[in-house]
Design a protein around this ligand. Structure first.
Ligand code: GLY
Length: 309
């Protein structure tokens, strides 16, 4: 397969409710792939995944950045992580409220600190000090969803207490796509992964999911990279991204091993729980999921394809 190449996902969940929503998601995925391939002209796999995820975060229609979902109190808090094989490092932020693009702050942690994960108010202050654009606050679409959910809770249709099973129900009720991500390989065959999210709907304030956790929500090493989406508690317990890339390092074909690992994940946690995209150092990419849909796309020189809608 040609390199550079990139794959992006817009979150595992239910199919968009109508053709207009499908079209809107497909256009965002396509714009993210374009941004990634544009970055490849002069940049690295790290540039490719960060530029692609920025587009997904800015879309407002996905659960990351501007379109992030809310916790039980109606507040936005976001997690993001990025990893790059050439530096052999990851950088991540969690429970941040300030930046419009948490993935940019995660990249700063990777490139400019000795740390892997910086969280909460200190991470927000760092974003402010760096002059990063500020998050605009809860999106109207999300605020409406929150009001609707509150009514369902009051009517006893859904338990107020957060637990992973209720997330599966929310995925079904609202068709929530969860999390965005990108994996890429550059012309030097270095790979990178990036994942960004508003987390799960109605989470407990302070809850952090898999997206910033290296090995869970993302992983990148010399043979390949993965970005995961779905119920973070399960993904962390399974080390989903680490597991799939490890099998690629053992010589497995990305499509075969990602479907295999997804099957094992489903056997343990049930259907409607997760998805992932993977890419190897030769540019072979695949998307595997156990939900009704997971919009994802692949691009390399002169090729752009959208799947999972
Ligand atoms: N996969 C996103 C989360 O659970 O936070």
């Amino acid at each position: 397969m040609p390199v550079p190449a990139i794959a992006v996902h817009a979150g595992a969940g239910r199919k968009p409710r109508d053709p207009e929503s499908s079209k809107a998601v497909s256009e965002v995925v396509s714009a993210a792939l374009d941004a990634g391939m544009r970055a490849a002209r002069t940049g690295s796999a790290l540039d490719m995944v960060v530029e692609a995820v920025k587009v997904l975060e800015d879309s407002g229609i996905l659960n990351a950045g501007t379109g992030s979902t809310v916790d039980l109190t109606g507040s936005v808090s976001m997690d993001a992580g990025v990893a790059y094989s050439k530096l052999g490092r990851a950088g991540a932020v969690a429970f941040v409220k300030y930046p419009k693009n948490p993935i940019v702050l995660a990249r700063y942690v990777l490139e400019n600190t000795d740390h892997v994960l910086v969280v909460g108010e200190a991470a927000d202050r760092l974003a402010e000090r760096l002059g990063l654009p500020k998050h605009p606050g809860v999106a109207e679409r999300v605020r409406k969803m929150y009001e609707e959910a509150k009514q369902k809770i009051l009517a006893g249709e859904i338990p107020q207490k957060f637990y992973s099973k209720s997330q599966q129900l929310w995925l079904k009720l609202f068709g929530l796509g969860d999390t965005v991500g990108a994996v890429a390989v550059d012309s030097e065959h270095e790979v990178a992964a990036a994942t960004s999210t508003g987390g799960v709907f109605l989470k407990m304030p302070g809850r952090v999911g898999d997206s910033p956790i290296y090995g869970a929500g993302l992983y990148a090493t010399s043979c390949g990279a993965a970005s995961a989406t779905g119920i973070g508690e399960y993904i962390i317990m399974f080390s989903l991204s680490l597991r799939v890339v490890d099998r690629m390092c053992g010589g497995g074909d990305p499509a075969v091993v990602s479907e295999e690992v997804m099957k094992e994940f489903t056997a343990r946690f049930g259907a409607d729980t997760a998805g992932m995209i993977v890419i190897d150092r030769d540019g072979r990419a695949h998307g595997a999921y156990n939900t009704q849909s997971m919009p994802w796309g692949y691009a390399s020189k002169d090729v752009i394809k959208i799947f999972g809608l």
